[in-house]
Design a protein around this ligand. Structure first.
Ligand code: SF4
Length: 336
């Protein structure tokens, strides 16, 4: 199967007064038709910067794609002019933002905002676009959709605003939907409803989806494959079962231990990962997790391990799993 989206060796930096923040450092992945790929990691791991780069949403300056390739259906996106990229944004790849209030225009009615997308990308007349907007609001399960067209964003609850954002992202019938922490700002019951809605719409429309989240519970619920990012790099990737049942990277294990699970013995406390993420102004030369890893060896701070392939679907970058790893007794933290 050919990927619909191919990202290779992507490097993205931000120039600041203090120096160059290397937010994304050599990220590669594929997205296949009809699949849901989750990108997980803590804040500052580079997951949002990675997906925003796909659509040219990084403010330039101070941001810049330093290196790498992003191919959508064989077309290189990093070389497109803003006008060409604008045709792909929305029409081919839809984006659902974390906070709908920053993405929706507070001074325009919802009907006008959705219909503008339809006029621009699907060349509909204003009247037809408004009729279609009703259909879109109904598809994201907003009650009384025709009455709601005249309402402004502040007249919707948080969950309803997120539904409106999803309707806007779907307006031009994109092939790929990127959802960036779509449930973070919502309470638990509404989170579950929005996830169910995304799953249903993705299946109904045969789209591919990239889901950005720090919540592994969401991943288990929705994703087919998972990429784990840390310090601007991909540290482990695999199918959902590979990552949840057979994970090998110490950071992924730490993330899983900090996640509430029904199968965890009641007395077992949730663990957090001690320490802080690396400073991306001067990132470590070797493994980005070295400062927090209890299994760190001398080699870990000197060299970034290459990717080790554990199976057709499961890969990771860790010296513990690397065929060229030094003997275990060189481990500072005592081995795994
Ligand atoms: Fe990184 Fe070394 Fe720990 Fe593996 S063992 S996660 S390479 S610090």
């Amino acid at each position: 199967m050919n990927p619909i989206l191919e990202v290779r060796d992507l490097h993205v930096s931000f120039d600041t007064h203090e120096g160059e923040v290397q937010a994304v450092r050599g990220v590669s992945f594929d997205l296949y038709e009809g699949e849901t790929l989750a990108i997980v990691g803590e804040s500052g791991s580079g997951k949002t910067v990675t997906v925003q780069s796909l659509l040219g949403l990084i403010p330039q300056p101070p941001g810049r794609i330093k290196k790498g390739s992003i191919r959508y259906r064989g077309r290189e996106l990093t070389r497109l002019r803003e006008r060409e990229l604008d045709k792909i944004r929305g029409a081919e790849i839809g984006y659902v933002f974390q906070d709908p209030m920053t993405a929706l225009n507070p001074t325009m009615t919802i009907g006008r905002q959705i219909s503008e997308v339809l006029v621009k990308h699907r060349k509909m007349s204003k009247e037809k676009a408004l009729r279609h907007a009703v259909h879109l609001l109904r598809s994201v399960e907003i009650p009384n959709p025709s009455g709601r067209l005249r309402h402004y964003p502040h007249q919707f609850s948080g969950g309803m605003r997120q539904r409106v954002m999803i309707a806007m992202a779907l307006a031009a019938s994109p092939k790929v939907l990127i959802a960036d922490e779509p449930t973070t700002a919502l309470d638990v019951t509404v989170q579950a409803q929005i996830l169910d809605l995304l799953k249903t719409l993705k299946e109904q429309r045969g789209m591919s989806m990239i889901l950005i989240t720090h919540d592994l519970g969401v991943v288990a619920e929705v994703a087919d494959r998972v990429i784990v990012m840390y310090g601007g790099k991909v540290v482990e990737s695999g199918g959902v079962e590979d990552v949840f049942k057979r994970c090998r990277h110490p950071y992924t294990r730490g993330l899983l231990s900090s996640m509430p699970r029904l199968d965890r013995p009641k007395k077992k406390k949730l663990e957090s990962i001690p320490g802080n993420p690396p400073d991306l102004l001067s990132p470590p030369r070797g493994c980005p997790f070295v400062e927090r890893c209890q299994y760190a060896m001398k080699i870990c701070s000197e060299w970034m391990p290459d990717v080790t392939v554990r199976s057709e679907t499961h890969q990771l970058s860790c010296w513990l799993e690397h065929p060229m790893a030094p003997p275990v007794n060189e481990a500072v933290g005592g081995g795994i």
